[in-house]
Design a protein. Structure first.
Length: 94
């Protein structure tokens, strides 16, 4: 019995395959962001007291935020911008 020899693909075919895969990956990553199906949270959980303690930051974390030029007021939106996990079961099943 002879050994199986797979068919050889031309260089143009390989380049075309690579282009299709790159475009497919780009669309798969970009389209959900464009449609608003993925990405950052859409709402910020507001806090009345904007202090490092209220934001859940310890002294070490607060010192790093301050080294980066943030105050509790300016870091509030970044820290409280949390992703809310909501599963839409009918859409998931479809």
């Amino acid at each position: 019995m002879s050994r199986y020899t797979p068919p050889e693909q031309s260089k143009a075919g390989q380049i075309f395959d690579i282009a299709v895969v790159v475009v497919a990956i780009f669309v798969a990553l970009w389209l959900p962001l464009k449609l608003g199906l993925a990405g950052a949270a859409k709402s910020i959980d507001p806090l009345d007291a904007k202090t490092w303690d209220a934001l859940g930051q310890n002294a070490t974390m607060a010192s790093i935020w301050e080294k980066l030029g943030y105050t509790p007021e300016t870091a509030h939106d970044i820290i409280q911008n949390r992703f809310h996990y909501i599963i839409d079961w009918p859409t998931l099943i479809i």
